[in-house]
Structures are given as C-alpha cells and as structure tokens.
Write a protein that binds this ligand. Structure first.
Ligand SMILES: Cc1cc2nc3c(=O)[nH]c(=O)nc-3n(C[C@H](O)[C@H](O)[C@H](O)COP(=O)(O)O)c2cc1C
Length: 221
C-alpha cells in the first residue's frame, strides 16, 4: 500500500463519520493493518497498559451496542452499521506482574545486552510506576492516556488508508464493561472506534471542518 497524500492532506480529509454503509465492509487486509497500528502504538515505558476488543460481525457489534443505550443511543447506529468496532480498554491497575511481563518480552525480543541492562531498565520502570501510583495517584489516568495515544494513531492511520472512522466516548462504560466481562479481566473500556465506509445518511461528510483560529492554538516561541 502506498500513501500518496501528505500528512496535512490526510488530516484535512479525515472527519468523524456519523453513518456507515453496512454493504461496504473493510477487507481482512485492511483490518490487519489497523490492528498492527494499535499493536505497535508507543506507550510510556513501553507499558502497553491496554487491551483491544474487536467486533467484526453483527453479533459482536451488537454486544458492543449494549453500551450505547439510553442517553447514548445516538451512537448505536454507528456501532451496528460500521464494519469494524474496536473497544479500546485500559488496565484497572498497573501491577508489578504486568511490568515484569513487559520486561520478559523485551528480553525475549533481544533488547538487553546484559543482565545489568535489564536491571537498569527495571529500575527505571519501577520509578515511573511508583511516581504514578504513590505520588501522583493517577495510575489509571496515566494508563488511559496511553490508550488515547493509540486512538490518535489509529484515527490518523484510518484516514491515511481512506477508511472512515468514529471515535466515541458516548457510551456507558459500566454497562459495556459488564456486558463484555471486562472487570473480571482487570480491564475497563475507555473509548470506542467504529470503522468502515460512510453511508448516504452521513450528514457530517459535507460539513466544513471547524477549529478555533490558529492564533489561539499556536504560539511561536
Ligand atoms: C475522544 C473522542 C470522543 C468522541 N466521542 C464522540 C461520540 O461519542 N460520538 C460522535 O459522534 N463523535 C464523537 N467524537 C467526535 C468529535 O466530536 C470530533 O472529533 C470533533 O468534533 C472534530 O471533528 P472531526 O473529527 O470531524 O474533525 C469524539 C471524538 C474524540 C476524539
């Protein structure tokens, strides 16, 4: 796949899709490409404090749609109509076992030239974890920030691939978590993403983009 548009062109062209064409599914190759982008997303201390649930058929999407009832019903048609819906979840706790698993993986992947190198890295990781757990008391928030970073990469990648997308905070995490059994896995849903191709009823496709004036957003130092 070659991408011929500049990053700015991609950013100007992508937008939040409000209605999907159920007759135009993503290909298996496109899905794998998007999952690779999530899988390889960077995270603080390579903590990868996430899990991504993949809903790629009507039954799975209906399970995710359980979280878009009542006040969030406006998002239900996107969840049901898109080709692929991803639940981006974060760990509820940053455990020592999880960090040890990351270090073991880094070792298996050949990132430590010596035991000393691993020990240094373990100490650095422990320092960050301790900072968020015991000083800032924001470990869960810290992990959710990593999930949002993955969201950003995914949305840009989808745009680059000509795939339409909808990020969604409009759902009930408690309802969805219970429907998917996430609490028992030590996980909590953070944000949903619907992906596919826009449908005829997508009112947002022809609306102009709107952002605050550049002068309010940038300061050249
Ligand atoms: C984290 C996040 C959550 C969002 N939640 C929803 C949502 O629940 N439903 C929806 O239709 N749009 C949602 N949006 C879309 C935003 O309204 C949209 O990104 C913003 O208005 C900018 O428009 P654009 O994405 O078309 O450039 C969300 C966007 C982000 C980044």
């Amino acid at each position: 796949m070659s991408i011929t548009r500049t990053p700015g062109q991609i950013a100007r062209a992508r937008y939040t899709t409000k209605a999907y064409d159920p007759a135009r599914p993503l290909t298996a190759t496109q899905v794998e490409e998007l999952l690779d982008v999530l899988y390889l997303s960077p995270s603080s201390i390579n903590s990868q404090p996430w899990h991504f649930l993949i809903a790629a058929d009507a039954q799975a999407r209906a399970r995710v749609a359980e979280g878009t009832q009542g006040a969030y019903a406006y998002n239900a048609p996107k969840v049901r109509g898109a080709s692929l819906v991803l639940v981006l979840a974060a760990r509820r706790e940053m455990t020592d076992d999880h960090i040890a698993a990351v270090l073991d993986q880094e070792q298996a992947d050949g990132r430590f030239a010596s035991e000393e190198a691993r020990a240094q890295r373990a100490q650095s990781c422990a320092g960050f974890v301790e900072l968020h757990r015991s000083q800032l008391h924001d470990a869960r928030h810290w992990m959710e920030k990593q999930v949002y970073l993955a969201l950003g990469g995914l949305l840009f990648a989808a745009g680059a691939m000509g795939i339409d997308a909808t990020p969604m905070e409009g759902f009930d995490p408690a309802v969805l978590d219970n429907a998917l059994g996430l609490p028992a896995q030590g996980l909590g849903s953070v944000v949903l993403v619907a992906l596919g191709h826009r449908g005829a009823g997508d009112f947002n496709a022809t609306l102009p983009k709107s952002r605050l004036p550049r002068g309010q957003v940038f300061t050249w130092l």
